[in-house]
Design a binder for this molecule. Structure first.
Ligand code: UDP
Length: 470
């Protein structure tokens, strides 16, 4: 991962936000002279945290800051427990397994081994940003070395319940002494965290990454054709994109599509959800909602693509293969005529930039992007689609409520389990091109002003200034 100057945002944000971010970034850089900033998470592939680090760290490096990224290792038992914690912090029951003494022992053993390795690298006064429950248990060891530890949590529940209590009680011993804790929304800050040391910083997306960079329409279509996600006659355009280092990239791999009939034609209206295969993203509910719409509108010509990463790719998400199997079972149970129009796509992950370009093309060519999550800390996929001027229909849960203003820059589904409303809102969007365009333009503007890395960088710089002054 290289370094990028923030000047490239000039055409997006104008000069003033750049000048402010530059001043804060330069101050941060001089404050950090001789110190490294470490980001620690549990996967390099898949999910929002890896995506966000890849988007923001190059700009941190652009200020000459020594910014490094470490991915911890773990056993399958460890990742099962951390996935259980993930569900708990979302207020969800998950697999309902206990989070007691035995689980704590497994969790601490794995993190002890990781702490030994990381401790050999981190020096006193270095800044270490630990992401999510998987890494929280590293905090006491690294603080003990004299590092400044920030724990950043990307998930949370709007309303506490016994599950959130269970999760926070498990994590409290590790995070209470961190120099700061960072959350995505104020509602997510748990009682166990010292509120004076908690800060709200929502994520951002990189408009220049393969996932979000501008693609001409014919190039996006060439990518979808080449991967086998849609069918039709290829044009002259090649399935190309620009890699993070500025070199040319080309989409070479094909997508694994589970479907009954032919893949959608290039010109069919596409309804798309891109997500990890996770029950909280409710892929089965999207299928059922789409099926409900097809019942309500027998002449519906739209096709549904549910796309997620290849299930073997993501080490810290042991649930994904099981979830995909469950979705395939539900898909098999759909009436034949509807099953024909529902396509389950596993995107190749061997080359993450290529994977990003495929997601980019899918989001761009979608007529409607949906994100029917039942819980969501912050939906990067929502912001990615909004940046591409898409009409987005998403559940009014968690961070999505901050990302979308209903009827202004997208549509919110009040109750994510209300399939009737999902179907009718989806039908409304599919049948109203003017509404889609109006929402899409506003969506782009929202991302331009709120969710590009300049804002994110400035907030980090301010946080570090506060910690150093404390
Ligand atoms: N993603 C991807 N390839 C896939 C599926 C998802 O790159 O096949 C990305 C998606 O574009 C987004 C991230 O994974 O950038 C998911 O982040 P989000 O905040 O939506 O959900 P999370 O997975 O963190 O719960």
């Amino acid at each position: 991962m290289g370094a990028q100057p923030i000047d490239r945002f000039l055409s997006i944000t104008g000069a003033e936000p750049i000048a402010r971010a530059r001043r804060l970034g330069e101050e941060m850089s001089s404050r950090l002279t001789g110190r490294a900033v470490w980001s620690v998470n549990s996967t390099a592939i898949g999910g929002g945290v890896a995506e966000m680090l890849r988007s923001v760290l190059p700009y941190v490096r652009g200020f000459g800051i020594d910014s490094r990224w470490v991915v911890i290792g773990g056993t399958s038992d460890f990742f099962r427990i951390t996935k259980r914690l993930h569900h708990a912090l979302h207020g969800s029951y998950g697999d309902g397994s206990p989070l007691s003494v035995d689980e704590r022992a497994v969790y601490e053993n794995v993190l002890r081994a990781n702490a030994d390795e990381i401790s050999a690298l981190v020096r006193p006064r270095d800044v270490v940003v630990l992401h999510d429950p998987q890494t929280a248990g590293l905090a006491p060891t690294l603080s003990g070395l004299g590092a400044i530890v920030i724990w950043r949590c990307h998930i949370g529940a709007d309303i506490p319940n016994p599950e959130t209590d269970l999760g926070w009680n498990f994590l409290a011993p590790y995070i209470c002494d961190a120099a700061a804790t960072v959350f995505t929304r104020q509602q997510y800050v748990p009682d166990v965290c010292n509120h004076d040391r908690s800060t709200i910083i929502p994520p951002s997306i990189d408009p220049f990454s393969p996932k979000n960079q501008h693609l001409e329409d014919d190039v996006a279509r060439a990518i979808l054709l080449h991967t086998g996600l849609v069918g039709g006659d290829p044009s002259e355009a090649l399935p190309t994109f620009v890699r993070l280092d500025g070199s040319p990239g080309r989409v070479d791999r094909r997508v694994d599509v589970i479907g009954l009939g032919p893949v959608p034609s290039l010109d069919a209206p596409l309804v798309v959800q891109v997500s990890r295969w996770d029950p909280l993203k409710d892929p089965a509910g999207v299928m059922r909602g789409f099926a409900r719409l097809a019942e309500m509108e027998p002449h519906l010509d739209a096709e549904l693509i549910l796309a997620g990463p290849n299930v073997h790719a993501i080490e810290d998400d042991p649930e994904s293969a099981k979830t995909l199997d469950g979705v395939v079972d539900r898909w098999r149970a759909l009436p034949h005529a509807i099953r024909d129009r529902v396509h389950l796509a596993s995107l190749p992950t061997a080359d993450l930039e290529e994977n990003g370009a495929i997601v980019n093309a899918l989001q761009r060519e979608a007529t409607v992007v949906v994100q029917k999550s039942v819980r969501e800390g912050f939906g990067l996929t929502v912001t990615e689609a909004m940046w591409k001027r898409r009409a987005v229909l998403a559940s009014a849960v968690g961070g999505i409520q901050d990302q979308i203003t209903n009827n202004v820059n997208g549509l919110l589904l009040e109750d994510p389990n209300d399939l009737e409303s999902f179907a009718s809102l989806l039908g409304r969007l599919l049948s109203d091109a003017a509404l889609r365009q109006q929402l899409g333009e506003q969506a782009r503007e929202r991302v331009r002003t709120e969710y590009v890395p300049l804002r994110h960088l400035a907030q980090y710089a301010e946080l570090l200034e506060r910690i150093d002054a404390a």
